[in-house]
Design a protein around this ligand. Structure first.
Ligand code: BGC
Length: 808
């Protein structure tokens, strides 16, 4: 699943890989890991120094788990806000994506740990993800989607992962792993990539076409077309052995780089392995700082953040305040070293005498809570617990056990096990209506007291894994009256569930048991939250997405917050105007109450330091200096690319270069709720002046804009100085496809109250260039450009003109 094959004879050890990008998951699933915030939180800091520190953390975590290469970062662009893996990506913008990713990858690799940059290329959405063709014109590919990969390759990335999807563009129409013009022509020949092209997991669909396309390593293996199939193809002269030499060399080079190739002369290990000492406290402190720094103050009209330094009664409200959405769904998941919760952290951080009242108030999940096994009895033995039986193809019980704990998964299944049978008498002694059921994938039959609840005969295979269907099965349920005859002794829940054996993955059975007790209505719960708000000095409502809606494997079907969270916010705002709303989501959600809320913070998918970081932000220990790396829409109907549903198998990138915020900047486009680059921090800034250096006319070189800013507020603060490039009227008229403005560079600057500091923003020559399709080359259209410095793409404070003549 995660390792290459060792070849003892030549001193080649296995090279062990694992996922990223939310941490370094233990490939053997034995140990926990530091759980980072989702990558878009890192890019929201716009801070390459912090990104380097996170790269070092990746290296340390990889060492701790004996991992040689991490399958991260993900540098696909946030083309549509509904994209399922939006949270795993950095930004709508290729330059911001590249700057953050390069800093991280270089820092990790300097410590001898490989990073595998994914998913090459134009793999920006999840619907039908293994099959669609992304139709992207060549210029857009070059200027937008290939751009981060190019920067990473030129910065020395050791590996690139090829995508599941296909590409209609860039000189061919082919699955990504067979796309010779892009994999071999552009990546290897033109950019000089000397690393290893790894397939996405079970993405390889051919032998000869992928060999010729430029794939170097099929993962996982040896199952799949490159197992016996590749050997057979060589023996049959369909693939020449010499075609594999370059691939072998690349694999050896990677092994050497990560210290897994012992040289024959002295038996020592080559490569750049260095020890990266790290303690759990170190990573915890770094992540706490990162998450607080990444938090974006979208608005704070009444100056509620940070809280006044006095003992306070705080109402902490929302299902996410009780159980934050720590990490998004899919392959990036890690088992965290620790989890910090907002209530605990706030109680620790607030001044003595403060009180924190915690009320969930909202309902956010479609599935009822998990069934508590203490109300279950094995119907055969009468012992407390759940009866678990494994049956073979003939329906014979091969193994049976009574379990007193059940996490919804069975992994300990053998090759002859075909069905898992779960049986329990479930005691329902509370009066009222109970909801009881099972969530699974594949062939199944679920009954309660013999009554059919759900049945299915579609066999689940690897497609289920690739669509993440196994992670979030929506349970089929039935309603049962409690406290009546029979129910008190226990209703009989029985479920026959398919053993899934996906190619390339381990066997498993999914059997999520759910049960909702009779209880207060949703409306009653909202009322309790509102009452807590009105009794408090300040209310904090945490709202967000869930693993049911934000995950790898599928795209979202809308941008609304799940459940009744909008209603919760409305009720709390009505109860207490001193309300701070914190959004716990990776990708944009529409906030219909945005104008009415005095303070709104974007808190990302924060990882293990969810609580400590939020407490630091609210109490003023750390400035929330994040800036949006994407656009927050005001209304769903305004979104330029509202979905990525393939039409006849094709996802058409018809918006061309107008990716993300660039479409929002077109004249006539609606205003977003918050634009790209927006974030207030907790102080105010005056932009005093900008000077340009290194801009001789006609020279194709980077320029520097020195931007002087003054902290005009009462607190020390961090500004993210952003520089946007705008083509002058003449240049724009000659090239209407060119965006109105785009990010040219950025820098962070820290200043004390009243202090003036100068941020040096490097704008690379490439920022002005376009891809000339006919010439197959980069070119700078001559004429005047404006470099505009400011606080977001819509808050531009200073202008400097830059003229480029015909290149010399
Ligand atoms: C994902 C990759 C991941 C791989 C291994 C795939 O389904 O697309 O990003 O690295 O699985 O878990």
């Amino acid at each position: 699943m995660w390792a290459t094959t060792p070849v003892e004879r030549i001193g080649l050890d296995r090279v062990l890989m694992t996922d990223g990008p939310v941490g370094v998951r233990d490939p053997e699933a034995r140990d926990s890991s530091a759980m980072l915030p989702a990558p878009s939180a890192l890019s929201a800091t716009w801070d390459v120094v912090l990104a380097r520190r996170v790269g070092a953390l990746f290296a340390a975590e990889a060492r701790r788990h004996d991992v040689d290469m991490v399958l991260a970062p993900q540098v696909n662009l946030q083309r549509t806000p509904v994209g399922g893996r939006h949270f795993e990506c950095y930004s709508e913008d290729p330059h911001l994506t590249a700057e953050i990713a390069v800093a991280l990858v270089v820092a990790a690799q300097q410590r001898g740990v490989g990073m595998c940059v994914k998913h090459y290329v134009a793999n920006d959405s999840e619907t039908d993800r293994t099959r669609y063709l992304a139709r992207v014109d060549e210029r857009t590919l070059r200027e937008a989607y290939l751009a981060p990969f190019e920067r990473l390759v030129r910065a020395g990335a050791w590996s690139v992962m090829g995508a599941y999807s296909g590409i209609d563009g860039g000189g061919a129409t082919a699955p990504a792993l067979e796309h010779r013009p892009l994999l071999t022509g552009v990546l290897k020949d033109e950019w000089g990539f000397d690393g290893l092209v790894v397939s996405d997991w079970v993405a390889t669909g051919s032998v000869a076409a992928a060999v010729r396309g430029g794939l170097d390593l099929q993962m996982p293996g040896p199952d799949g077309p490159w197992g016996d199939g590749l050997l057979a193809a060589v023996h049959a002269d369909v693939v020449a052995e010499s075609e594999l030499d370059d691939k072998v060399r690349r694999l050896l080079r990677l092994a050497h780089r990560v210290g897994r190739l012992r040289l024959p002369d002295d038996g020592t290990t080559a490569g750049t392995r260095v020890d990266t000492p790290r303690t759990a406290e170190d990573s915890s402190a770094l992540l706490r700082e990162l998450v607080a720094r990444s938090t974006v103050v979208l608005k704070d009209d009444a100056g509620l953040v940070p809280f006044a330094a006095a003992p306070l009664r705080v109402a902490l409200l929302g299902a996410h305040a009780v159980e934050p959405f720590f990490q998004g769904g899919g392959s990036s998941f890690v088992v965290p070293d620790r989890l910090s919760y907002p209530a605990d952290a706030l109680r620790e951080t607030l001044l003595a005498g403060s009180v924190v009242d915690v009320v969930a108030g909202s309902r956010v999940l479609r599935n009822p809570p998990e069934l508590d096994l203490t109300r279950c009895t094995d119907p055969v033995t009468g012992e407390p617990g759940l009866r678990v039986e494994l049956l073979d193809a003939d329906g014979r019980v091969r193994r049976a056990r009574t379990r007193t704990s059940w996490d919804g998964w069975a992994h300990d299944v053998g090759p002859h096990d075909v069905t898992l049978r779960l049986r329990a008498r479930v005691r329902l002694d509370e009066p009222g209506t109970h909801e009881l059921g099972v969530g699974t994938v594949g062939v199944h039959r679920v009954t309660v007291d013999g009554r059919l609840v759900s049945a299915g005969d579609v066999v689940a295979r690897e497609d289920v894994i690739l669509a993440s269907g196994h992670n979030h099965p929506i349970a089929a349920t039935t309603l049962v009256e409690g406290a009546v005859e029979g129910a008190v002794e226990g209703v009989l829940l029985e479920a026959d569930l398919q053993v899934v054996h996906p190619v390339g993955y381990d066997r498993f059975v999914r059997g999520l048991l759910v049960h909702r007790l009779p209880g207060p209505s949703a409306d009653d719960e909202l009322a309790v939250a509102a009452a807590a708000a009105s009794a408090a000095d300040v209310a904090v409502v945490v709202v967000g997405t869930t693993h049911e809606v934000e995950s790898e494997g599928f795209d979202r079907t809308g941008l609304a917050l799940p459940g009744n969270q909008d209603e919760l916010v409305r009720r709390v705002l009505a109860a207490n105007p001193r309300t701070v709303v914190v959004v716990n989501a990776g990708a944009p959600v529409v906030l219909p109450w945005y104008d009415d809320a005095p303070a709104v913070l974007w808190g990302w998918l924060p990882g293990q330091e969810a609580g400590t970081a939020l407490a630091d932000v609210l109490t003023g220990a750390t400035e929330p200096s994040g800036r949006l790396p994407w656009t927050l829409p005001a209304r769903e109907a305004d979104v330029p690319v509202p979905h990525a549903v393939p039409a006849d198998g094709v996802v058409d990138y018809a918006e061309g270069l107008d990716v993300g915020y660039r479409a929002w900047e077109r004249p006539g486009a609606p205003a977003p709720a918050a634009p790209f680059g927006h974030g207030l921090g907790w102080t105010t800034w005056e932009y005093e002046g900008a000077t340009l250096t290194g801009a001789p006319e006609g020279a194709r070189q980077d320029v520097e804009l020195r931007v002087t800013v003054r902290n005009t507020g009462p607190r020390p603060g961090r500004e993210v100085v952003q520089v946007y490039v705008e083509p002058g009227a003449e240049v724009a008229a000659a090239d209407p496809a060119r965006p109105v403005r785009w990010l040219g560079g950025f820098a962070v600057a820290d200043a004390a109250p009243g202090e003036t500091v100068t941020a040096t923003v490097r704008v690379p020559a490439r920022a002005l260039e376009t891809w000339d399709v006919a010439a197959g080359a980069w070119t700078t259209p001559p004429g005047a450009y404006r470099l505009r410095a400011g606080r977001s793409v819509r808050d531009l404070r200073l202008d400097v003109e830059l003229v480029r003549r015909t290149e010399i």
